[in-house]
Design a protein around this ligand. Structure first.
Ligand code: AHM
Ligand code: MG
Length: 339
């Protein structure tokens, strides 16, 4: 007898995917589920963020007599905790931590993967009730299994990611992850506390109407970036426009919208900060993987994001990411920076 149920939970989906590979060990599925568990815990706290004046701000003592932690520290500890106690992860890198963390216990040393994450990106927006997110990236380690993982495991180019994803804490909470088999999105059903497959096989539309950039930095950008922005502003119905400018200042929300509806997101270098603001390992690489798997593209203006060889955990890079045709058009302006 087959049970006719239309909705698959995250656990059911990952198990179903695994069953198509009889040799799979289930470690990646288990890791993706662990991340889902931490996300649910973080979601509960993010939803309470508006109560901070009642419950106490970072550093204060709450009614239980405990010190209240900043939400990004709380999120970091949740993600690190599930990965450390799970069976799949040998170590992590996090925006919140100065250095990589090697778990170095028997189970972790025998685990296949390392994970890098930004536990709460856009956290400056928490106070004003704007969507924020978690971003993560999974690599198969290259060091010897059975021993502690090493720095080389973390400094692999983005093209070697086996999975990447994000959680958006928004009007609903969604968990989107990509593997080489595609991109799927799960929405948290608060009634049952489960992520349910709501957006199967996500594809980024080849073009869109939205460009996302911090316009306040306009005069800090290179002449060619400025020229492209002018092109976006001059679009009309004769050349695919008019375009709309949308920039929340929370990358997960901005890139999520553009992934779903088509669009381009840019965080270029500026005169003061030629490498821009965003971090290669746990902000740009995971989104580059997700967007490419959905049919889009991601570059630093000169080369593919996922081809950059990382040298350090917190390194920054300019980022241009989005719908394929819009990225191709951007290239015709931005590539002039090379001369
Ligand atoms: P964070 O990691 O400190 O939260 O900063 C990253 C965020 C991104 O989510 C967002 O796109 C960007 O910073 C916004 O920066 P800006 O205010 O300079 O435009
Ligand atoms: Mg961040």
């Amino acid at each position: 007898m087959t049970v006719n149920r239309k909705i698959l939970t995250l656990d059911e989906f990952t198990i179903q995917q695994m069953r198509q590979f009889p040799t799979a060990t289930g470690e990646l599925s288990s890791l993706l589920r662990d991340i889902g568990l931490a996300a649910k815990r973080v979601n509960v706290e993010v939803n309470k963020a508006g109560l901070v004046d009642i419950l106490g701000d970072h550093g204060s003592i709450n009614v239980q007599g405990e010190e209240v932690k900043k939400l990004d520290i709380y999120a970091n500890n949740q993600f690190m905790g599930v990965l450390q106690h799970g069976i799949s992860c040998a170590g992590i890198g996090s925006e919140e931590l100065d250095d990589f963390v090697v778990f170095d216990d028997e189970i972790s040393n025998n685990s296949k993967y390392v994970v890098q994450f930004d536990p709460l990106d856009g956290s400056g927006n928490i106070d004003v009730n704007i969507s924020i997110g978690t971003i993560f990236s999974v690599y198969r380690r290259i060091s010897e299994i059975g021993k502690p993982c090493t720095k080389e495991d973390f400094l692999q180019p983005g093209s070697r990611q086996v999975a990447a994803g994000y959680i958006i804490y928004g009007s609903s909470t969604m968990y989107v992850y990509a593997t080489k088999r595609g991109v799927n999105g799960f929405t948290l059903d608060p009634a049952i506390g489960e992520f349910c497959l709501s957006h199967p096989d996500i594809k980024c539309p080849p073009s869109g109407k939205v460009y996302s950039i911090n316009h306040g930095n306009f005069f800090q950008y290179t002449p060619n970036t400025r020229e492209y922005i002018n092109v976006c502003q001059k679009k009309d119905k004769t050349n695919g426009g008019p375009y709309t400018q949308r920039y929340i200042g929370s990358m997960v929300a901005d890139v999520h919208r553009n992934l779903m509806k088509g669009g381009i997101f840019m965080y270029p270098g500026t005169i003061d900060k030629p490498k821009g603001k965003l971090r290669l390992l746990y902000e740009c690489n995971p989104f580059a993987f997700i967007v490419e798997m959905a049919g889009g593209r991601a570059t630093n203006g000169k080369e593919r994001i996922m081809d950059i060889i990382p040298t350090e955990l917190h390194q920054r890079t300019p980022l241009f990411i989005g719908s394929k045709d819009m990225m191709d058009e951007l290239d015709t302006y931005i590539s002039k920076d090379l001369v």
